[in-house]
Every structure is written in structure tokens, then in C-alpha cells.
Design a protein around this ligand. Structure first.
Ligand code: SAM
Length: 248
């Protein structure tokens, strides 16, 4: 059988397309792409000419069987999304699952992923983390989701668009508290890349202070809730200090 290559592409800076990704994209029979125009632009920049097949959330389920047939027939295919790593808040899950079910080898060509890129520069605990992707777009549903996530002690990774970033951070202040540590990373690897880490309330104010700060693409890294055990211990120590202070 041919191989299915799951290929990461840049999240902004084209210099991040790896040499191995270029070789694989050159070598496959066809490239499955989320948006064929976006991928055509990328390929043109690298002088790669290749047949493109649109595979997106609306047709993925139907087109899978045909693609797996091609793979079983010996064609190598690549799967890319518009930016970053396929399947991470992007299409590809149905195809990868179908390929595996048909015993087609699935091979990663790793590279950029906005979530991991932001986490690695956030300064928040990165030994354990939870990827939540996009929160619901409606305020009530978003607050409900945040309420469910409030006790989570691991670092949270969220994706957000420019339309909602201010509302999303405002909801974090409301639901998770003004003091919750955040790192907001925007436009990673691009011209206006910046990242700002502070308390939730400070990040909310930072976003309000300049319209430009609400433009572009965002990853929000949210510090986890203090552990229940840690909290009890801290409270115990606080009481002990008060008692010690009252000793003669
Ligand atoms: N598959 C992609 C990945 O591996 O990161 C994510 C695709 S998801 C549809 C797009 C979201 O990823 C954006 O709304 C934003 O939250 C985040 N993102 C993508 N590129 C980014 C960048 N350069 N800087 C910050 N966030 C980015």
C-alpha cells in the first residue's frame, strides 16, 4: 500500500516548512488539502507542482473511501491543512482513521503547531497540559465550558480568533478569576508576533489598550487551578502563621 503522510506546514513564516516536508510534498502522487487555494499558494512558493484534492470538514467522510482505495492501490498521498499540524483543530481525523482501519501506513512529517509553539514560550507549567482548542463562540456556552474547566489543575491551551479574543479573556476574568495567570500569544512567527503574560485582568486591560493587539490569530495559555491539596496546605500554613504570631 502507499503511505499517507500527515505533513505540518508553516503557521506564518514560510521558512518553517521543513526540508523533509518539501521532499514528501514533491514525492507524493497527490496532496489532500483543506483549502486547495491556500495550499496552491504555498506550493507555488516552493516550486512544487502537484495535484490537489480538497479534503475539508464538509466532504471528508464521503471522500475517505476513495482516498483509501488509492492508498491501497499503492499511491502515496500527503495530507496538509491551511496552517500548522493537520487534525489539530483542523480536518483529517476521518481520513487518518480510515487509513489505519485499512492497514495503510500513516507517517508523520512533523513541524509547526501553534498550540505547542505558544506553550513552549508561555512560562506556564508545561509538564502537563490540556488542549481545548476553540471554546464555543456563544457567550453563555463559552462561560459554561469555562466553568467546567475551572478546577482543572493542568495548563490549558485555547485557540481564539480576533473577533472573540477580547470577549474570551473577559469571560476568563469572570469565570476563572482576575488573578488566573495567562499568556496570550498572537501572530506567532509572523511580522507582528508578540506574546504577553500577566494575570487575566491585566491581559484583558492590555487587549483593550490598543486595537492592534486584538488583530490576528491567538493562542491563550491559561495557568491551571491551584491543586486542592496545595490550596489546603497553603491555608494550613496561613493559619499556622497567624497562630505563631499570637504566641507570646
Ligand atoms: N492546525 C493548526 C495548528 O497546528 O496550530 C491550527 C488550526 S486552527 C483552525 C487555527 C487557529 O490556530 C487560529 O485561530 C489560532 O487560534 C491558532 N493559530 C494558528 N496560527 C497561529 C499563529 N501564527 N499565531 C497564533 N495563533 C495561531
Amino acid at each position: 500500500a502507499g503511505h499517507l503522510y500527515v505533513v505540518a506546514t508553516p503557521i506564518g513564516n514560510l521558512g518553517d516548512l521543513t526540508p523533509r516536508a518539501q521532499d514528501v510534498l514533491e514525492g507524493v502522487a497527490a496532496i489532500c488539502a483543506e483549502d486547495t487555494r491556500t495550499t496552491a499558494n504555498l506550493l507555488t512558493r516552493f516550486g512544487i507542482h502537484k495535484a490537489l484534492i480538497a479534503v475539508h470538514e464538509h466532504n471528508e467522510d464521503e471522500i475517505c473511501a476513495r482516498l483509501v482505495e488509492r492508498l491501497r492501490g499503492g499511491d502515496a498521498l500527503a495530507l496538509v491543512s491551511d496552517a500548522g499540524t493537520p487534525l489539530v483543530s483542523d480536518p483529517g481525523f476521518a481520513l487518518v482513521r480510515a487509513a489505519r482501519a485499512a492497514n495503510v501506513p500513516v507517517v508523520t512529517i512533523p513541524g509547526p503547531c501553534a498550540a505547542i509553539a505558544a506553550l513552549s514560550i508561555s512560562g506556564l507549567p508545561s509538564d502537563r497540559f490540556v488542549f481545548e482548542g476553540f471554546l464555543p463562540s456563544r457567550t453563555s456556552a463559552r462561560r459554561e465550558r469555562l466553568t467546567a474547566l475551572a478546577p482543572e489543575s493542568r495548563t490549558l491551551i485555547l485557540y481564539e480568533s480576533s473577533h472573540r479574543i477580547a470577549d474570551c479573556v473577559a469571560d476568563i476574568v469572570t469565570v476563572l478569576g482576575a488573578e488566573r495567570p495567562l499568556c496570550l500569544a498572537r501572530e506567532l512567527t509572523k511580522l507582528y508576533e508578540e506574546s504577553h503574560s500577566a494575570s487575566a485582568a491585566e491581559v484583558a486591560a492590555w487587549l483593550q489598550a490598543d486595537d492592534n493587539r486584538r488583530r490576528g490569530e491567538f493562542v491563550l495559555i491559561v495557568g491551571g487551578a491551584p491543586d486542592a491539596v496545595d490550596q489546603r496546605q497553603a491555608e494550613g500554613e496561613r493559619i499556622l502563621r497567624i497562630l505563631l504570631g499570637s504566641l507570646p
